[in-house]
Design a protein around this ligand. Structure first.
Ligand code: SF4
Length: 340
């Protein structure tokens, strides 16, 4: 019989585990310290628990960490790791070092249901939700784990389509009994699922990034089928009404497609629809995917677009493309071949 994994359980879930096997309540906190504050690999190493307690725990539970099974390294220092999940599926995770920052881009699902036309994961279809264990294992089992400064939920999948496991993982990352990370070091990116967004805003304190890509309904529908059922206008209304603290950031991601969403008309409409929201726009360069008719504007046009938005009073930055040569950049993650 497969043992249950302890890593990825919240403190409340660990309390339930200790009750189940007849341990005192304080044992849950001892276990969470071992899981999230120390670098051990097995229950056997939880040495402040008695031998008897460790035996009781080990009968039904294991740590549940698993190392990546493959790595590709980019010439720019980015690495792409392959992890095995859900018994026989695979996901990819990007590690992006950048001067004094080191960011991990984690996946929340195997594949994705959202079908954004510019994204390789979207073309892969959906093969399953990751558990909190599998989300956090990407972070904990990363060889560069101790150097990480930031986490972005921008890998494979739509995080708010797997909201309960994503919220659990954020709870573990940011709670005092967990990793105790500041929520300002964590960003969750979404296409804008109306149901999930309120829950995410209320139950977490992490930064929010919304993939926008066009301010026009018809155009956004062409790029992102989710617009048919989750109109971004409604998402913006939810964001506008939410009381953000000064530390919490909202950003909008905008992939530039030459001749499509990079015109003065788009700048004017972006400024209109984002009016009243304290936010920034992150321009992302398009990385071509097979069968896609889109191309990226040149550097000069991209900078001009950014400056025009800045002139409208919207703080706008251009995200640097990392890991393009190993298909680790935005929109390129895919495990289609391996998951067949
Ligand atoms: S961009 Fe994100 S939400 Fe859209 S298909 Fe790709 S992984 Fe899914």
């Amino acid at each position: 019989m497969q043992k249950e994994k302890l890593y990825g359980k919240t403190l409340n879930e660990l309390i339930a585990v200790t009750r189940r096997i007849g341990l005192p309540g304080f044992a849950a906190k001892q276990i969470s310290d071992w899981l999230y504050k120390k670098e051990i690999q097995s229950v056997e190493e939880m040495t402040n628990l008695s031998k008897k307690t460790r035996e009781l725990l080990s009968a039904d539970y294991e740590m549940g960490l698993s190392a990546p099974v493959n790595v590709s390294a980019s010439s720019d220092g980015t690495k792409k790791y392959l992890y095995r999940v859900l018994q026989d599926k695979y996901i990819e995770t990007a590690y992006i070092p950048d001067n004094d920052r080191a960011t991990i881009c984690v996946s929340s699902q195997v594949g994705c249901k959202m079908g954004c036309v510019f994204c390789m994961t979207g073309k892969q279809g959906f093969q399953g939700n990751l558990t909190a264990n599998e989300i956090l294992n990407q972070f904990r089992s990363l060889p560069e784990f101790t150097s990480l400064t930031n986490i972005v939920y921008m890998g494979m999948g739509e995080p708010l389509d797997n909201i309960s496991e994503v919220l659990k993982s954020l709870d573990i990352l940011t709670s005092e009994w967990g990793y105790g990370w500041s929520p300002t070091r964590i960003t969750v990116s979404t296409v804008g699922l109306i149901n999930g967004i309120s829950e995410f805003l209320e139950k977490s304190r992490c930064h929010l990034a919304v993939s926008l890509h066009s301010p026009f309904d018809e155009e956004r529908k062409q790029l992102m089928p989710v617009q048919q059922t989750n109109n971004v206008t409604e998402v913006l209304d939810i964001i506008r009404k939410f009381d953000f603290n000064s530390q919490r950031r909202v950003s909008f991601e905008y992939i530039l497609f030459k001749g499509m969403n990079d015109t003065p008309r788009h700048i004017k409409e972006l400024s209109r629809i984002l009016n009243g929201i304290k936010c920034r726009i992150n321009i992302i360069r398009f990385h071509p995917v097979p069968g896609s008719p889109f191309i990226s504007p040149d550097n000069e046009a991209t900078i001009k677009f950014k400056e025009a938005l800045n002139a409208k009073g919207i703080l706008t930055t251009i995200r640097s493309s990392r890991g393009v040569d190993i298909q680790a950049a935005c929109g390129l993650l895919s495990t289609l071949e391996r998951n067949k």
